[in-house]
Design a binder for this molecule. Structure first.
Ligand code: BES
Ligand code: MN
Ligand code: ZN
Length: 489
């Protein structure tokens, strides 16, 4: 439970209070908090530097059982992301200490030179996203989530920001739903199961849900998608979610890669890190969670989500390098590498979305290439779009949510690289170089003149080392980005 509070710490009993502290400036309006900080800074080990922490137990003058001070460093370096990280750290620390609730002191927007509600929103996000554990598969649950997170703000702010608190929490719930899907092991999210998890959650939020099973996929000739699924015992699916608010004119289509496990197929991947390929449905998770979330938020834009779901496995039935398939669009594709499977399922989903919905904008999101991780590392997604304005809008949303994106090039002449000797196009470039670009160019051949962008999240979708507001595993990247973006579109 989340709540806004404006209380007198001298009078009201509080279990745990956390205070963000800057090294060089007092960033609070509350006199009691400022005096607590002065006392903390008298300690040799705490000056408010980045990473410093200290706890006071039952300090005199206030009715607080413990005060956790968290250092933020210098004021000039402070930004919304450091506030997000502060709140995430505070919550995670309380979880580790087996506490049940926390009261987070919010700094004065004026003193940190930010405009409300930005700093407050960031603190709510950090707190909500930090309050997450994935321990479903552990018999012994060592910790539990905080039952209550309160935010200490000024009396006149409690009414103003109630709605923001709710909205922000709803969006974070979406991120957490996506994380849960990514963290679920592949043996428990085979295409049929994964589809059910999404369809049930979507129906609860009154989205229109249509699921293509294998029979319908065959009947409708989604042959590129079927070629990827051929090697698996688990039958493929395609989920179509529609959010249809009254009065909306424009349609935005979101397409998300849903490979529940990517072994590489006959082009089997090497052993190292193969377990991480359970994250290969992160795009699908982001799209599903976004639709569910915007339905809760009642956004005014019509959005359809198209989610192809397959497992990529080697077997006697698997597609072989050299196979040629006719995609849903009618174009033939030579599969020269069965590990370049994401683009094969995406082109069928994209072609379907374009044909059926004629969207004003289409954005696909996918853990598409290792090459993108080489180019941008694990914290930045690649944006590919011939529409500069759309790319910039996405990048702006990335800055706002700190789901960072970088505009990558889509040079026309690299398309040469995708020419096949035997089919209309081949599914990999002739060399390894620029692999994220050739993958995006491959997709671009199937969007027609639809305004389109592709987001490669292979890096940011999954982390091996937890950070301030996300544990090891799925990050749920894309949900906050899309929610911010859709509000603008
Ligand atoms: N799912 C992978 C991409 C990936 C890599 C996701 C690292 C997450 C982390 C994708 O299907 C893949 O295998 N891509 C190949 C393409 C190549 C065969 C052209 C790659 O990047 O090596
Ligand atoms: Mn692959
Ligand atoms: Zn893949």
């Amino acid at each position: 439970m989340l709540e806004l509070k404006s209380i007198d710490l001298k009078k009201v009993k509080t279990e745990t209070l956390t205070i963000p502290v800057c090294e060089d400036k007092d960033i609070h309006d509350d006199k009691i908090i400022s005096s607590l900080i002065i006392r903390a800074k008298k300690l040799k080990e705490f000056k408010g530097g980045q990473g410093e922490e200290v706890i006071f137990y039952s300090p005199s003058g206030v009715k607080v059982s413990r005060v956790i001070f968290i250092g933020l460093g210098k004021l000039e370096k402070l930004n919304t992301e450091s506030l997000r990280a502060f709140a995430g750290k505070a919550v995670k620390k309380c979880i580790k200490m087996n506490l049940a609730e926390v009261l987070i002191a919010c700094p004065s927007a004026k003193k940190i030179k930010m405009e409300m509600p930005l700093p407050f929103e960031a603190i709510i996000e950090g707190a909500c996203l930090g309050n997450y554990l994935f321990d479903k598969y552990k018999d012994e649950k060592k910790h539990s989530l905080l039952k209550k997170i309160s935010f200490l703000i000024k009396p006149d702010e409690t009414e103003e920001y109630g709605k923001l608190l709710k909205q922000t929490a709803t969006i974070c719930e979406g991120t957490i739903f996506a994380r849960d899907l990514v963290n679920t092991p592949s043996n428990d999210k085979k295409p049929e199961q994964f589809t059910k998890l999404i369809a049930e959650a979507a129906e609860k939020e009154n989205l229109k849900v249509k699921v293509f099973d294998e029979k319908e996929l065959k009947k409708n000739k989604f042959e590129a998608l079927l070629a990827v699924a051929a090697g698996s015992e688990s039958k493929p699916r395609m989920i179509v979610l529609e959010y249809n608010p009254k009065g909306a004119k424009k349609t935005v289509a979101l397409v998300g890669k849903g490979v529940t496990f990517d072994s590489g197929g006959i082009n089997l991947k090497p052993t190292t890190g193969l377990d991480g390929m359970k994250c290969d449905m992160s795009g699908a998770a982001a799209v599903a969670a976004t639709l569910i979330t915007i339905s809760k938020l009642k956004l005014k834009v019509r959005v359809v989500g198209v989610i192809p779901v397959v497992e990529n496995m080697p077997s006697g039935n698997a597609s072989r390098p050299g196979d040629i398939v006719k995609s849903y669009s009618g174009k033939t594709v030579e599969i020269l590498n069965t590990d370049a499977e994401g683009r094969l399922i995406l082109i069928d989903a994209i072609s379907y979305a374009v044909k059926k919905y004629k969207p004003g904008v289409l954005i696909d999101i996918a853990t598409l290439t290792g090459a993108c991780v080489i180019a941008l590392g694990e914290k930045i997604s690649g944006i590919f779009s011939s529409d500069d304005e759309l790319a910039q809008t996405i990048i702006k949303s990335g800055e706002k949510t700190h789901e960072l994106c970088w505009h990558m090039p889509l040079p026309d002449d690299y398309k040469e690289d995708l020419k096949s000797d035997f089919a209309d196009i081949k599914n990999i470039g002739s060399s390894r170089w620029g692999g994220a670009i050739t993958a995006a160019l491959f997709l671009s051949e199937f969007v027609g003149d639809t305004k389109w962008a592709h987001i490669d999240i292979a890096g940011p979708s999954y982390i091996r080392k937890g950070n301030a507001y996300c544990g090891v595993g799925g990050t749920g990247v894309g949900v906050r980005l899309f929610c911010d973006l859709l509000e603008k579109l």
